[in-house]
Design a binder for this molecule. Structure first.
Ligand code: FAD
Length: 372
């Protein structure tokens, strides 16, 4: 029986572990977190008291035992890719799936040390202690994570301001009309939006903006993206850039593969997404199995992933290509409800993208017409 180590028990690591275990491989899943592997996006609900840590576990502990997967709750500090040793133990194959670490811009100011991030269960529980009704919260970053956190903080009774340095929320993926509709929905929930506002410094009682005004905040959360974890791979002498550089079949050394947020093909933009991590974890596991049996491996095909969010009545959904400039946008709702926007993006006659805000009604029917 082959013996495989997986470094990191997130979405990619767990998917890889069960794919290997089903094929009869003995799996050791290394985790530097104390809890059972959990659905990372649900940390936001835990942070603002709308879910419990145990409720967001991916699987009960019995599922790992039944599958023959050993979870080793220890940080991997030594890895030799050529010898395939992990913390001193030798394996037939290794999959790296260490995910990413939240990016913290180098903030100036006396309060800079107090800026929180939300990426691990420990982060979520630390925020939860301070998420009291009436408390003021400033969120730096108007991406999906920052906006969902804002909505959930409002549900917890907090007074929330979102600060985004770019001129638009969500990197502009909703276009002008869709973004204006989403802004209206967020403001209707009581969220203050400061879009196109740079942070000058972090004071002890709030965030000072570049125009000199201050957003008063007892709690400050930075949600400015994440960077792949590369240190262990770099120390092991593997190729790293904006992630651990993988070959098209996700291999990084002989019988060593990488998957999830951590894995980067030589071309392509960085992506942090659950669906991508899970699919990559499964492919890395299948390719490692093929490799161990001397069979050919399959290449990774980068998916176009939908961006969406739904927190109570505030929601948006996209499909296909929503960032490109040389497309024509056509609104397809009747324009009577200021909190609803539906548009299709066309190149010629082909529909290549969808932007829906405030509803999902009709989305699935239009999605069938997408040319991918
Ligand atoms: C709050 C939040 C909300 C999100 N919302 C969404 C969303 O709505 N949709 C979406 O698609 N994506 C979302 N994401 C991103 C998504 O969670 C990640 O893309 C996904 O978790 C990546 O999976 P992964 O397996 O690559 O890494 P992770 O899930 O990050 O797992 C990596 C694991 O490896 C562990 N690890 C690292 N180094 C070591 C080591 N040396 N030894 C042992 N263990 C180690 C880490 O602690 C971690 O537990 C969200 C992320 C966060 C934090």
């Amino acid at each position: 029986m082959s013996n495989v180590a997986i470094i990191g028990a997130g979405h990619a690591g767990v998917e890889a572990a069960f794919t290997l275990a089903k094929a009869g491989v003995k799996v050791t899943l290394y985790s530097n977190e104390a809890s059972l592997p959990y659905f990372r996006p649900r940390l936001i609900a835990v942070a603002f008291g709308q879910s419990e840590p145990a409720a967001i576990a991916m699987k009960p502990s019995a599922a790992y035992e039944e599958a023959g997967i050993t979870i080793a709750h220890e940080a991997v500090t030594t890895f030799d890719a050529a010898a395939r040793t992990v913390n001193g133990c030798a394996y037939d194959g290794v999959i790296m799936a260490q995910g990413s670490t939240p990016f913290r811009p180098p903030f100036k100011g006396e309060g800079a040390e107090k800026v929180a991030t939300l990426w691990t269960m420990a982060d979520a529980l630390a925020i939860r202690e301070r998420a009291q009704p009436g408390t003021t919260l400033a969120i730096i970053g108007g991406g999906v994570l920052g906006l969902e956190a804002a909505l959930r903080a409002v549900m917890a009774g907090m007074q929330v301001t979102v600060i985004e340095v770019a001129p638009v929320l969500l990197g502009g993926c909703l276009g002008t009309g869709g973004e204006a509709t989403l802004r209206a929905a967020l403001e209707a929930k009581g969220i203050t939006l400061k879009v196109g506002c740079a942070v000058a410094e972090i004071a002890t009682d709030g965030v000072v903006l570049a125009d000199g005004t201050k957003v008063a905040a007892e709690v400050i959360l930075c949600s400015a993206g994440a960077r792949p974890n590369t240190q262990l791979a770099a120390t092991a002498g593997l190729s790293v850039g904006m992630g651990v550089t993988v070959q098209p079949d996700l291999s990084i050394a002989s019988k060593v593969y990488a998957a999830g947020d951590q894995a980067r093909l030589p071309v392509g933009r960085p992506v942090c997404a659950v669906m991508r991590a899970m699919r990559m974890g499964a492919l890395a596991a299948r390719n490692l199995l093929a490799d161990l049996q001397g069979e050919p491996c399959q290449p990774w095909v980068e998916p176009v992933l939908p961006l969406f969010m739904k927190v109570e009545s505030v929601e948006f959904h996209t499909a296909g290509i929503c960032w490109e400039a040389d497309v024509v946008e056509e609104r397809v709702d009747d324009g009577t409800n200021p909190l609803i926007w539906k548009s299709v993006l066309k190149r010629g006659d082909a529909i290549i993208g969808l932007r829906w805000v405030g509803t999902r009604a009709g989305f699935a029917d239009w999605e069938k017409q997408l040319v991918r």
